[in-house]
Design a protein around this ligand. Structure first.
Ligand code: PTJ
Length: 251
């Protein structure tokens, strides 16, 4: 039992969740390491959703609402931390949920599908029962793409990715939204919209803005997007970390 007064209470609760998911077989071994990297960046941004992240979340909400075939890609860490929230988001957007794993095994696909269904998902794409397609130029098991999902999607949300898929999906003319605490990662740099925030804070906020913008006209949604510049937004995030360091807040 973690004491609620512990200064790192939220962070320790997340560790507990990650370890539980690991013991259930949902998480890849590397998922624990990836979580640790995320923790380090979360520490640097002060474990709060910062202004650039809010701007990216608004742009992401508008983009997803404008999409014809939006897909939410789910890996082990995402399923471990925010399964119910991903299902709620998919319902609000009428978006598909697709399992896509870097360390893909039939067992993990099965456990993640079960977790998402228990969280309320009616349909989960990307399982081994489907006749999956494979994105060329991706050498890892992450190449899988459901014909109804990522393969034909116009907008794909790819949280906590490991690199080259964002680039290849962009080359295939898809709009890519990522959630990644590391503003320097290749995925953050390659995506059209990068939300530099912890997924446990970002997805509930994304849900909030999707609800807020749901009845906006297309023109209004496009206006939200027009003012968004991903490169500048990532620079703002790095400046924020630098300022916190300058103010002695990281000591
Ligand atoms: O489930 P699989 O098999 O698809 O594997 C998933 C992992 C995450 C292991 C795989 O994609 C991987 O190795 O990813 P990387 O290269 O470690 O990148 C993950 C990124 O997510 C890193 O930049 C982390 O900083 C970031 N990250 C980790 N935890 C969080 C996070 N970003 C937002 N919220 C988090 N909670």
């Amino acid at each position: 039992m973690i004491d609620k007064r512990h200064p790192r209470y939220e962070s320790l609760k997340l560790r507990e969740k990650i370890l539980k998911a690991y013991h259930k077989g949902l998480l890849a071994d590397a998922g624990i390491i990836a979580h640790g990297r995320g923790e380090a960046f979360d520490y640097l941004i002060g474990e709060k959703t910062r202004k650039p992240a809010i701007r990216a979340i608004k742009a992401a909400a508008a983009t997803l609402l404008l999409a014809e075939n939006p897909v939410l890609s789910v890996n082990g860490n995402t399923a471990a931390l925010v399964p119910k929230e991903m299902v709620e988001l998919s319902r609000l957007l009428d978006a598909k949920i697709e399992i896509n794993l870097f360390h893909r095994t039939p067992q993990r696909v099965e456990i993640i599908e079960k977790t998402l269904k228990e969280a309320g998902a009616m349909e989960v794409l990307g399982t081994d029962r489907e006749k999956l397609k494979y994105l060329k130029d991706i050498k890892s098991k992450r190449a899988t793409a459901s014909p109804k999902g990522i393969y034909t999607a116009d907008v794909v949300l790819v949280p906590l990715e490991d690199g080259d898929r964002a680039e290849i999906l962009r080359k295939a003319d898809k709009t890519i939204i990522t959630i990644d605490l590391n503003p320097l990662s290749r995925t953050s740099r390659m995506a059209n919209i990068s939300i530099t925030d912890n997924i446990v804070r970002a997805i509930p906020l994304l849900i909030k803005y999707v609800k807020k913008f749901k009845d906006y006209k297309k023109d209004e949604l496009k206006k939200i997007l027009k003012g968004f510049d991903n490169k500048k937004n990532l620079e703002d995030m790095l400046s924020l970390i630098d300022t916190r360091k300058g103010m002695g807040m990281l000591e």
